[in-house]
Ligand binder design. Sequence first.
Ligand code: GAP
Length: 483
Amino acid sequence: MTYSLETIVSRAKRRAFAYPGSEIYGGLANARDLWPYWVQLRRNIMDTRWRCFVQERDDMVGLDASILMNSRVREASGHIANFSDPLVDCKKCKARERADKLIENYIEKHQISLTDVHVEFGVKSLAVESRTFEQQTAFLSVFKVKCPECWSSDWTQPKKFNLMFKTQQWVIDWEGKDIYLRPETAQGIFVNFKNILDTTRVRIPFWVAQIGKSFRNEITPGNFMFRVREFEQMEIEYFIPDDVEIGLKMLKSRKEMSEKWRTEQIGIKKDRLRFREHDASELSFYSKGTVDVEYEFPRWRWELQGIAYRTDYDLSQHQKTSGKDMQYTDPMTGRRYLPHCVEPSRGLTRAILTVMIDAYDEEEYTNQKWEKEIRTVARFNPNIAPVKFAILPLIKKDEIQVKLGEDLFHKLSKKYFCEYDDNGAIGKRYRRQDEIWTPYCITFDQQSVEEYHADPASVTVTLRDRDTMSQQRFLVSDIEFMK
Ligand code: GAP
C-alpha cells in the first residue's frame, strides 16, 4: 500500500525528523531544520555510501571542496551564463512559476501528444529543454494554461532567472567581489583533478567522490524536502580514457551499480525505480548519454539521480578558462589527453525522503488484551535505521533492571546509535520505537533480575523484532556482539 506524502510528513514532524526552520520568528519559506532522527538517518546513508564507494575500492578517493569558490569556476562551468529557469509571473495574483513546469504539468494532465505540440509549435520533442521562450509563451497562451493559485491564464513573458545564490566577498577598501554559493558539488572535483593526480596514487581510470551541501534559489520549491533551496548531493566523477566506447560501457555499469546500492544498502523498493534515457534532443551538445534514475510516486515521478557521460567538456572548459594544462599523461604510452568523465549525481535529501516513504506502513494487529489495534511501523533496513537498539527496562523502580539496562546502553552505544527508555507502559514504548524505525527492542524483566542474582554472566533479555513483533530470549553477552 502507498501512503500519501502528507501522512508521511505529518509523522516526520511528530517523531522529530524535520521541521520548519527559524520557526520562532515565523519561519523562512521552504527552509527546514533537520531534527535528531533525520540527522542520524542521513549520517547512516552517507556512511554506507562512503563505505561502498570509497572505502571498499582502491580506485576511488574522497574530496570535500569548499562551497565558496573563485567565480571563474562558475564562468567556466557555464553556471553564470546558463544555470537558469524560465520564470513567469501571473499578472493577476503575482504568483511566480516556472514556465517549463507549467507546460510539463499541462502536457501530463491533458495527455497532450508530441504530434499536437509538433503541429502547434514545430517542436520536435516534448523535452522542455528544447523549447525557446517564444514557444513557451505561445504554449501558455494557446492552451490557456491556468495559474495554480488564482486560475487565471494571463502570464508575463518568460525571463531567465539564474538559480545561483549570489553574495559578496570583501577584497580591499570595502569593494566586494561577486561570488556564489555552489549549485552542485561537481565543479569542486574538476578543479582539483590535477592536484589529486599529483598527491595520491590513483591513475586513470579512477573516481572522486564528494558529499556536501548545494544551494539553488528554486522558483517553486515544494513537496516537503523534494525541491528545496538548500540540499545535499552525493556526486562522483569517474575519470576514464578519451574513448566513447569505454564511456558508454561505464554509463551502463553505473546504472546497474546505482540500482544495487539503492535497493540492497538503503532499501528503496526496486519496483518503484525507473531508468529514463535522455533522447538526442534532451542531451547537451557535449554529452554522449544521460540516464535519469526516477522514483515512481503516485502523483509524480521524482528524479533521484542523473548519470551523465560528459566527455571531456568540464576539464576542457577549465583548461580554457584558467589557462592551466588539465591533460593526463598515460604512464605506459606517454600520450597526453583530456580524460572523459561519467558523472553520477545523486540527491541525498531526496534519497532520505524516498527511504522514508518506502519504509512507512500501517498494519492491524492484536494487542495483549486481544483487541484489534493499528500500529504505524517504518520497515526499514537495519543498516540505516536512526536508532538500532532501544533498551527498555520493564520496571523503572527495579534498581537491577535499570542498572543492567544502563550498562548495556553504554556498551552498545559505543558502536551503534541506541536509545534508553524506562518511561511508561512497555506497549507504548514499543509503538514509539516502531514509528522511528528501531529494528530491535531489548527488554530487561524479572527473569533477567533472577538470573543476575544467580550468575551475572547468565543474564538474558527479550529481543523484539520490529517487523514480526516476535520476541526471543538471548544472553546479554550475545547481544553485545550482534551486528
Ligand atoms: N552535477 C549535476 C547536477 O547537479 P542535477 O540533476 O541538477 O545534476 C542532481 O542534480 C541531483 O540533485 C538531482 O537528481 C536531485 O536528486 C538533487 N537535487 C537537485 N536540485 C534539488 C533541489 N532543489 N532539492 C533537492 N534535491 C535536489
